[in-house]
Ligand binder design. Structure first.
Ligand code: TEU
Length: 542
């Protein structure tokens, strides 16, 4: 049976600003990515998801685009981009661009035109409303704090911004705007890119007057139209960022008939360590049983009616080893455990830069250490609302987006971890002397080696891509275990997500050959398997 290439792919996300600087500017660049392609090839990945490199004033690190068809000079030139695409292709790697079309920058020409007068042809590219009772049109809130409406003096109306006020929302009801977006997408497809990651795509069908943001009534119509006008005719990978995705609508997004997207990112597991009715800043310890149930639900219920994306990390989340592992005593063990758990599931795995060497969160001691707009806005908002600074910092240290954005740690014996010869735009994590690429490459049992082995195993064994999934010991509070089965092949993954030794009965499993083990030993006695702290193993079974 024909199988889309992206079902076998492993994707690596590059956040260009923090990856590799070749000019000494303190900001990573495109040439820096090209320089590291051999490293990525050695890891084994076949796709790079490139966070935005388009021209941008940088209010939200490139997620505020002022020109979709230009490269931001901080990252290089269009020639650098073309070279990256070509050099990657030589190594069997596709470049997936980040498509941010829910909003633009307020410095985009469309917005500059739109705000200039009510009858400007670009006015309806954005969403404008009259004041109500001399104030905002309604209670819609921005993800980055405060009202989602900003008053525009020139024309006496408010415009909508679901993110920062420098990120006005595009009006998808406007067919002319949609055609311009499709044209821009084709401009990039013509350059030979491998697809798109579609930023907050579940918001484009919004109905602001009804306070509807995600999953608006025309969302899927727009996606089908976009598909038809652009990537639908090409063999590319498309992945939607959909915070609101449910198994049900994920089947529609990733329908195997190809009418919408290849797959979506669902975030149900990412939301498990926050209070039910709170924001991400309202912390709650992770309950492992919930995590197992959530991921197992996505594994089994999408079935053959859709396709999963698998991830622990991206540029908006804290580092997994610090978040749900132990980044001190068991850093390597827990980093490998999360790799093993994720990479042997069904779906397309995504690795976020630095995850493959077990990079950790860093400590933010005051506002001076915080760079991200979301955290900064929240800090001021909560301080004004009466929260203590200590509480605010606890939340930011747990969940802030800067953790993912500290520079990639290449070398332990070079200034700024070899990321730049200049002053990095955000400090390098102090622990780079012990956690870096050079040391990972030199060590046989490194975190990197584990990722490499898992990626290779997926390439060599159809069972990883195609096999059925079954959760084992669903109620065990510390052991995350599952079985995969494809035709005559089967294996189990058994992982102890805790600092205490755990024992599970395995007599019925008839364990065979070890596929991977993050410890040297494997202890089975009288049908009981003992798992050391953060031990994770995969074993074939009869
Ligand atoms: O993220 C969507 C989004 O909603 C995030 O702001 C998210 O809620 C938050 O970071 C959770 O911690 C996308 C991009 O991934 C993000 O980097 C952008 O800031 C945002 O869209 C706006 O484009």
């Amino acid at each position: 049976m024909f199988m889309s290439w992206w079902k076998k792919a492993v994707v690596y996300q590059v956040y260009p600003k923090s990856f590799n600087d070749t000019t000494g500017s303190g900001v990573g660049d495109l040439a820096g990515i090209t320089e590291k392609l051999d490293y990525l090839k050695e890891l084994g990945i076949t796709v790079i998801w490139l966070s935005p490199v388009y021209e941008s004033p940088g209010d939200d690190n490139g997620y505020d685009i002022s020109d979709y068809e230009q490269i931001d000079p901080a990252f290089g030139t269009m020639e650098d981009m073309e070279q990256l695409i070509a050099e990657a292709k030589k190594r069997g790697i596709y470049i997936v661009m980040d498509l941010v079309v829910n909003h633009t920058s307020d410095e985009h020409e469309w917005f500059e035109e739109a705000k200039s007068s009510r009858d400007n042809p670009y006015r309806d590219y954005y969403i404008w409303r009259d004041p109500v009772d001399g104030g905002v049109p309604n209670d819609l809130q921005s993800t980055f704090g405060g009202s989602a409406w900003e008053y525009s003096e020139e024309t006496g109306q408010y415009y909508l911004h679901l993110f920062s006020k420098k990120q006005p929302d595009l009006n998808w009801e406007n067919p002319a705007m949609r055609q311009d977006v499709y044209q821009m997408m084709n401009f990039w497809l013509d350059k030979g890119i491998g697809g798109f990651r579609l930023d907050v795509i579940d918001l484009i069908g919004k109905q602001p007057d009804q306070l509807v943001t995600a999953d608006g009534p025309k969302l899927h119509d727009y996606l089908q139209e976009m598909n038809e006008a652009t990537f639908g005719h090409q063999d590319v990978l498309t992945v939607g960022e959909t915070w609101s995705a449910t198994v049900q609508n994920a089947k529609q997004y990733s329908n195997p008939d190809g009418s919408e997207l290849s797959m979506v990112f669902q975030f149900e597991h990412i939301l498990l360590d926050q209070q039910d009715d709170g924001e991400k800043w309202d912390l709650k310890p992770l309950n492992l049983v919930d995590l197992k149930r959530t991921l197992a639900k996505w594994q089994t219920e999408l079935g053959d009616e859709g396709w999963n994306s698998l991830f622990w990390n991206n540029h908006d989340t804290p580092r997994i080893v610090s978040r749900w592992g132990n980044d001190e005593e068991y850093r390597q063990e827990s980093a490998k455990l999360f790799a093993i758990l994720l990479h042997l599931m069904k779906g397309t795995p995504y690795i976020y830069q630095g995850e493959e060497i077990g990079m950790t969160n860093y400590e933010m001691a005051s506002l001076d250490d915080i760079y991200d707009i979301e955290s900064i806005n929240m800090y001021h908002e909560r301080l004004a609302a009466g929260y203590s600074e200590a509480d605010i910092l606890t939340s930011i240290n747990a969940k802030g987006r800067d953790h993912a954005r500290t520079p990639m740690q290449w070398h332990g014996d070079q200034a700024h971890a070899g990321f730049t010869v200049g002053q990095p735009w955000i400090p390098v994590n102090d622990n780079f002397t012990g956690i870096n690429v050079a040391q990972n490459l030199a060590e046989k049992n490194s975190v990197f080696a584990t990722y490499q082995q898992l990626i290779q195993y997926r390439k060599d064994h159809d069972i990883v891509v195609k096999g059925d999934f079954q959760l084992l010991y669903p109620d065990h509070p510390a052991v995350f275990a599952y079985k995969r089965q494809w035709q005559d092949d089967a294996f189990v993954v058994l992982a102890n997500v805790s600092e205490e030794e755990q024992t599970v009965a395995v007599a019925e499993l008839s364990l065979n050959d070890v596929i991977i083990n993050n410890y040297d030993e494997l202890t089975v006695r009288d049908g009981q398997l003992t798992l050391e702290p953060y031990q994770a193993i995969a074993i074939t079974i009869d």
